[in-house]
Design a protein around this ligand. Structure first.
Ligand SMILES: [Zn+2]
Ligand SMILES: [Zn+2]
Length: 308
């Protein structure tokens, strides 16, 4: 792995903050685009089978999203409360979940049941179909609280996928002006979750701007570059790339807090999709782990291991 010198100062080469679009809510075709990207990345990939499994899961997520009923969402009074208090409207940890998210889960499970899955995954699907409402709600609480290591590695991707569908459904049903920047700029202004990765955009008015991509609702919000998304330090920021890579992905690490986040550069690969490309570059995570660095945000579809 190669460590790159710091090349930009925070905010340098960026357009004035007032003119920057602060938020992109997710599109309704998010999961089908993710499925296509995963399939593309799976070709010749050492983790090809795993990426194909994830592309099937993303297709099932798209089906669940397409079938989602209209839900009641925060009313204008709740919008005003969130604005005044600087809290996310659809806070992952406190939003009263509509039980319909479990209908989305069953759509996903039914779809995956007929896919050619390995035995362990088939067993997990069957187990989740039999699980009680209480068990599923408890798993959801844990996932949304960031306690991924407490969930079985086989069950995590299915339940997390259903929660993503529910939050993407809600986020994509609202308008961007319903949301305000949070004081803690490294957290999603829509649902308060950590980002799974950052995207450096290319072209148009967003050329060179960094957006963080939410691990739950897939919203993307602006954050200046060369700034740690965890502790907001602008000192001791370093970039790591894999040898022989074209620089389309880098890990941005922070000496202050020891966390890192991956950044994907759309200028190097315009097909990049944050969640898919994150899962296809786990080698970089392994190397960062060897360097003693800790991931700054989860990928909800990937189990972090029991040791954490
Ligand atoms: Zn979010
Ligand atoms: Zn930091």
């Amino acid at each position: 792995m190669i460590r790159e010198p710091r090349i930009l100062a925070p905010g340098q080469m960026e357009i004035p903050a007032g003119e920057i679009r602060f938020l992109f809510l997710p599109n309704r075709d998010l999961f089908s685009r993710r499925a296509a990207r995963l399939r593309q990345l799976s070709k010749g990939h050492v983790l090809g089978d795993y990426l194909v499994f994830l592309s099937l899961l993303a297709e099932a997520q798209q089906k669940a999203l397409n079938q989602f009923p209209v839900l009641s969402l925060p009313d204008p009074n709740e919008h005003a409360f969130s604005r005044e208090n600087g809290t996310p409207h659809l806070a992952a940890r406190s939003w009263p979940r509509n039980p319909v998210w479990r209908s989305g889960l069953f759509t996903i499970l039914r779809q995956m049941k007929v896919a050619a899955l390995p035995a362990a995954a088939q067993e997990a699907v069957a187990g989740l179909i039999r699980a009680s409402e209480t068990e599923l709600e408890e798993m959801a609480d844990r996932i949304l609280a960031g306690e991924l290591a407490d969930i079985s590695p086989q069950e995590l991707p299915f339940v997390a996928a259903a929660l993503q569908v529910y939050w993407v459904h809600m986020a994509s049903s609202l308008k961007e002006d319903a949301f305000v920047k949070l004081e803690q700029t490294g957290l999603c202004p829509v649902c308060g979750s950590h980002p799974s990765a950052g995207i450096v955009r290319s072209g148009g008015t967003e050329q060179g701007l960094r957006y963080l991509s939410c691990s739950l609702c897939a919203s993307q919000w602006h954050m200046v570059r060369v700034k740690c998304s965890i502790c907001e330090s602008t000192h001791g920021i370093n970039y790591h790339i894999l040898e022989d890579s074209n620089g389309a992905v880098k890990a941005e690490s922070c000496d202050e807090c020891n966390f890192y986040l991956k950044l994907f550069y759309l200028g190097k690969d315009s097909q990049t999709e944050a969640t898919a490309d994150d899962l296809a570059t786990l080698t970089l995570d392994m190397l960062m782990d060897k360097e003693g660095k800790v991931r700054g945000g989860p990928n909800l579809l990937f189990h972090p291991g029991r040791s954490h």
